[in-house]
Ligand binder design. Structure first.
Ligand code: URA
Length: 390
């Protein structure tokens, strides 16, 4: 468990300064990584106030919203960040904290915490946290963000700003994960805010995620030892001359590419599709006809029942319809920048895969299968969580 003792919070557990002390079980201390002081960029996330689970455990963001927050940070490869709350005690029935509670907790604890931690960036999750630090936001009568009284900006106004500061510390405002859990339409901007943070931290592409792709030939696919009974993502690359290669992945970070015009590979493909517990594609109507044409009599209609389409999952989860392409989703959801088709097939390569260097096709096609599997894992998890929420 991360730990760092904060001198300024020594008597936090005894705090009786505001009405929230009455119903709380535990005062929730910040979570700070042990290597905080040696981090090149120190990010402090500030939430609103503890919920039921946090109140019982004394740890911030460990309930449903916390799980979404932590999972999303992890999916972008963000680690070693500090997490705290504007109010350290749970408001009864999870009601929003009142201004008096926010101000009291800020003045007695939060401001000292920030001073001691000296973060490179503070991210306020939601308007209450923004209010607490900036004295602005639609819940506040007075907005001082521009130094004068004016109509308080909404969350989206604040999210767009890159010039916010609190006593000299840089501040970014982002969606709160609870807002994303409450309404599906908030999920995309919440994830976009985490992606922005990942970009600021410089962790948008996971090191080596696209290094381990292998061409399978007639010589090596016997030794390869597939099939495995697992979900498998598959993808096709084709041009005016028809199918050029297919790729598949059953383990994030790994993908296999078969050049069908040289190697055939239909038996292997049929075996993979037969044994897969789920066949994952992105935009199946583009790939299925290619597979059917290639496999002819080996194609089996029962495979339809195992197909899961990541484009459909993203749609069901309420992602905006204009962003359902694989490349957009990989970037939006996981911060992965993948090669675009125009970079591979363009006027220089005559629009045919034959003319593209083989290692480039392996990387391109491998990324698509690997990325599809990773995207599926992420969206599926979100969908399963929605289903169990009831
Ligand atoms: N919401 C918050 O704002 N903070 C927590 O710790 C948990 C949920």
């Amino acid at each position: 468990m991360p730990s760092l003792l904060l001198d300024s919070l020594e008597f936090l557990h005894e705090c009786r300064l505001c009405p929230l002390q009455e119903a709380r079980t535990r005062v929730v201390r910040p979570e700070v990584p042990a290597n905080w002081s040696s981090l090149p960029k120190r990010v402090l996330l500030i939430g609103e106030a503890p919920g039921k689970t946090e109140d019982l455990k004394g740890i911030p963001f460990v309930g449903a919203a916390g799980k979404l927050l932590r999972d999303t940070l992890e999916s972008f490869g963000i680690e070693n960040i500090a997490i705290t709350n504007s109010c350290k005690c749970r408001p009864p029935n999870n009601r929003p904290p009142k201004t008096l509670e926010l101000v009291t907790c800020h003045d007695k604890w939060l401001q000292h915490e920030i001073k001691e931690l000296d973060p490179t960036l503070i991210v306020c999750l939601g308007l209450h946290a923004a209010n607490s630090l900036l004295g602005c936001g639609s819940k506040n009568k007075y907005c001082t963000v521009d130094g004068k009284k004016r109509k308080p900006p909404g969350l989206n106004d604040l999210r767009r700003r890159d010039d916010l500061e609190y006593n000299g510390w840089k501040v970014q405002v982002a969606y709160h994960p609870s807002a994303a859990l409450r309404m599906a339409k908030n999920m995309a901007p919440f994830v976009a805010d985490v992606r922005k943070l990942a970009e600021w931290l410089g962790v948008t592409t996971r090191a080596g995620w696209d290094q381990d792709y292998t061409e399978l030939t007639a010589d090596n696919y016997i030794d390869f030892g597939y099939p495995k009974k697992e979900p498998v993502s598959v993808d096709t690359e084709y041009d005016v001359d028809g199918l050029f290669c297919y790729s598949f992945s059953y383990e994030p970070g790994k993908a296999y590419v078969v050049f069908t015009r040289e190697q055939g590979g239909s038996l292997l493909l049929a075996q993979i599709l037969t044994d897969a517990t789920k066949i994952i594609m992105h935009n199946a109507p583009a790939d299925v006809p290619q597979f059917k044409k290639f496999l002819r009599k080996q194609w089996n209609n029962s495979w339809y029942g195992k197909i899961e389409d990541t484009m459909v999952l993203a749609y069901v989860l309420g992602r905006p319809t204009g962003t359902l392409g694989l490349k957009e989703l990989l970037y939006n959801e996981l911060g992965l920048k993948v090669i675009r088709l125009e970079e591979v097939l363009n006027s220089k390569t005559g629009g045919k895969f034959e003319d593209v260097p083989k290692d480039q096709v392996i990387r391109y096609s491998g990324q698509d299968a690997d990325g599809t599997l990773m995207l599926w894992q992420k969206l599926k998890k979100e969908l399963d969580e929605q289903a169990t929420k009831g």
